[in-house]
Design a protein around this ligand. Sequence first.
Ligand code: PLP
Length: 419
Amino acid sequence: MSFAGHLLGGVQDDEVFGAIGDELRRQQSQIELIASENFVSREVLAAIGCVMTNKYAEGYAGRRYYGGCRFVDVVETMAIERVCRLFGCRFANVQPHSGAQANLSALYALASPGDTILGMGLAMGGHLTHGAAPTISGKWFNAVAYGVTEEGVIDYEEVQRLALKHKPKVIIAGASSYSRHIDFKRFRDIADASGSRLLADVAHYAGLIAANLYPSPMAHAHVVTSTTHKTLRGPRGGIIMTNDEALAKKIDSAVFPGVQGGPQMHSIAAKAVAFGEALRPEFRKYAKNVLDNSIAMANRLKRHGLDIVSGGTDCHMAVVDLRKLSISGKIAETELEESGITCNKNAIPFDALPPSQTSGLRIGSAAMTTRGLGMSEFEKIADLIYKTLSNYGKSGYSTARDEVRAEVSKLCKEFPLYD
Ligand SMILES: *Cc1c(COP(=O)(O)O)cnc(C)c1O
């Protein structure tokens, strides 16, 4: 019986559970390098599939719009208490269904349509929700974007210049493909100078921040948002944190009823489990390994002669500049997937290729570190990436790829997942 079937003790719907089983086997048999992904624990999985999915609980613990909320109140209170301990903050909202919902709610609490917001440009490493044109953040606000320098690090002078010029209501510090430390204090100083509120979005770095391995924005930002499913290794979802009581009230109203209806209590239960895991000493060890592995993988790619945007990494991810190999991110992504290595194409700063092609590849260490791989295995993975990409289009390519596939399969058997 499949793992998914095992949870339910037998299933009727073979079509859907067949695909779930296939997805399980894909996860077990591929090297997962997508920087935003991870593998949750069995306890998180059990919570996400629990009976709390049946419960309506609009409102907040102790002040719900439905009866029968005693036990969901327990998990939501626990999730809040745990996440506040984890990040050292006074107030948290654990209801956002995703990181995008968390950001929309935070913007809804901090600004009004037509206001100016300043965020990192999508093509420079920022997230869609930080003001990109096709999103609500880009359409309902006057979105101004900052970027990175030629060296690939945040251009703080540009941030300051744009902030003083546009006096944005909100400055967003955070990124989806940026491998260096973010100087949140410098962002706060700029925000103070321009009369702006600072929103830090640590969706990617949250797990490392919880483990004190990446700078925390908590002392500097007015509001902090995050996903719960990236390095934090919880269920898919979002959180919003602050130390400001008045802002906390605004945020609660912004999430519900502002942006969302009933909270997904099964997901909140799973968040509580994941926060509990992240509070344990083993998680700090895990996060340290994530960081060591990421650096080892990036350094090994550099030794193969490839460039890493910004020259390296201070976190779980790196963006590989593929221009020296004369191969696009799109081709690299497809070819690596064929070899059993999953990652995603990504723009490099000032990319000459369109977003559908790109000149870069984003890789991350969070998921495979959960499977137990260490630095030597991550160096091996870098070798396999290089072997695939450097042989692409050459006569020995299919042999090279077969060899890579065999190595991938060996690694996956050596470090089993959900077996
Ligand atoms: C992933 C990410 C998000 C969005 O999270 P979703 O859960 O996919 O909505 C928001 N901000 C940043 C910086 C991210 O990397």
